[in-house]
Design a protein around this ligand. Structure first.
Ligand code: LRH
Length: 475
């Protein structure tokens, strides 16, 4: 069997990248072709995607891809673009950190009681969910729209001219029935979205279409290159890329967000699960991603941005080293507090949260960093414990993948808080999961998710952090 090459486009919250991978049943080698900044574009008090700027970066990345067989695209969840009758973008897509959905969950509660919405969709209650964004759009652009594409599908449409809605990204909308893995028509109607506004639903791992002649000309790619629908929700791809062995594992996909949970074969839609704010998102191969969205490294990166803007030292490596030397047992705050969601003065918000919780306020930068990481580790450990309890599953190891896997202090603190070994890596689990699903869809790999994960385990660098006792940690 020869080596086949694939391209993965992964649009993450702080950066986007185009990667190439060489794959055969014993090989999985990722090369970064192009990395570019990504983030919410503030304008007029609102936050947008820079969709066309990103499109140029995607084309540039693909122009460096050479001889690839197919392309897969993943982005973060919940956001979408609206199309007019000609198929053109109606407006710049909004970014979920926009404040337009504040108060809308409470408003929708009058039409669909929260318990009912959870039983039907199984999603964690978050104001960023598409159902609330659409509500904000109801009297504005939605009536003019002839099409709605979630972000990875929008880029796929630009790549091929074909509209489709991939299942894992659809499952972040709060409009999908996680049991039937199909739209809840009643909720679509309530959101003001007719089913024909959305493309047909497709499972991840579906070959969709070849790239357009325009894209082939712009990138130098062969016009035979395919778009393969992957787990196009970045978290779904990240979970494919978890190098787990067996079933007793939890994962934390830790980047801007920290998605902490387990993989199940059926959703958990109980009241306990709703009260614990767990989500049931669709995964690859009919799986359910049973997890909690934890605020993640966003809190830390906003602190760094704030310090940088004020001309204070904001280099991550020395700050982490200093944070590691801060004694344990310091202030821990609720990282999921809604006040931390929008960009802004993070240190001040953290100080307020610590103060309100009757804890000392971290003063120096290393103390703030340590408090953020202790708080994240606490939230991750709680999510792992809750996921096991609510699903009745046993967890004996935690896999931490994504950018957070580089942060040794975070990995160690998570192991300590969870009382379980943490296996860190791969950092690029999302791009790897994207590529693996393409390679299998295109017949280069075969087997189950366990087989795909074995390839990750056998080819990528991993580090294990053993949990320490309190006395060991203090030393
Ligand atoms: C992580 C993520 C997460 C949420 C959020 C909007 O990048 O996709 O799963 O959906 O972003």
């Amino acid at each position: 069997v020869g080596v086949t090459r694939f391209a993965a486009v992964d649009l993450g919250a702080s950066s986007g990248r185009v990667m190439a991978a060489a794959v055969d049943p014993h090989r999985l080698e990722l090369t970064e072709l192009h990395r570019f900044r990504n983030g919410a574009v503030p304008l007029g008090g609102k936050f947008y995607w820079d969709a066309l700027g990103l499109w140029l970066d995607v084309l540039h990345g693909l122009s460096l891809a050479g001889d690839v067989h197919s392309v897969g695209i993943d982005t973060w969840g919940v956001d979408y673009g609206l199309l007019d009758a000609r198929g053109d973008l109606l407006a710049n897509p909004r970014h979920y950190r926009d404040g337009r959905t504040i108060g809308l969950p409470e408003e929708l509660d009058h039409e669909v009681p929260p318990a009912d919405l959870y039983r039907r969709t199984g999603l964690q209650r978050m104001a960023i969910n598409t159902v609330y964004q659409l509500r904000a759009e109801r009297s504005a652009l939605l009536p003019q729209a002839s099409g709605l594409l979630l972000m990875p599908d929008l880029f796929g449409y630009w790549l091929t001219g074909v509209r489709t809605t991939e299942l894992t990204i659809a499952s972040t909308t709060n409009l999908l029935d996680p049991v039937r893995r199909d739209w809840d028509r009643g909720l679509l109607e309530l959101a003001g979205v007719s089913a024909d506004l959305l493309g047909p639903l497709r499972e991840p791992g579906t070959d969709v279409a070849p790239i357009t002649a325009e894209v082939a000309a712009a990138t130098g790619l062969s016009p035979d290159v395919r778009w393969t629908a992957v787990g196009s929700h970045d978290t779904a791809s990240a979970v494919v890329g978890v190098p787990a062995e067996g079933e007793d594992f939890a994962y934390i996909a830790c980047g801007t967000w920290g998605l902490a949970g387990i993989e199940l074969s059926a959703p958990v839609l109980t009241e306990d699960s709703r009260a614990a704010n767990f989500t049931n998102e669709a995964g690859v191969d009919g799986t359910v991603r049973y997890l909690r969205n934890v605020m993640g490294l966003w809190v830390l990166s906003e602190c760094l941005r704030e310090w940088r803007d004020r001309g204070r030292p904001a280099e991550l490596a020395p700050l982490l080293e200093a944070a590691a030397a801060v004694p344990p047992g310091g202030p821990v705050f609720d990282v999921d507090d809604l006040s931390l969601l929008p960009p802004g003065p993070m240190q001040q918000r953290i100080a307020r949260l610590c103060g309100e919780a009757g804890q000392p306020v971290p003063a120096s930068a290393p103390e703030v960093v340590r408090s953020v990481l202790d708080s994240l580790a606490t939230a991750f450990a709680r999510a792992v414990r809750d996921a096991a309890r609510l699903s009745g599953r046993t967890v004996s190891v935690v896999h931490l993948v994504g950018g957070g896997a580089r942060n040794s202090l975070l990995c160690q603190l998570t192991a300590d808080a969870a009382g379980l070994p943490v296996v860190a890596g791969p950092v690029e689990a999302t791009a790897l999961g994207n590529v693996l699903v393409q390679a299998r869809a295109q017949g280069v790999l075969t087997g189950s998710l366990a087989d795909l994960r074995a390839l990750v385990r056998g080819t990528q660098e991993l580090r294990t952090f053993q949990p320490r006792s309190a006395t060991e940690a203090a030393r």
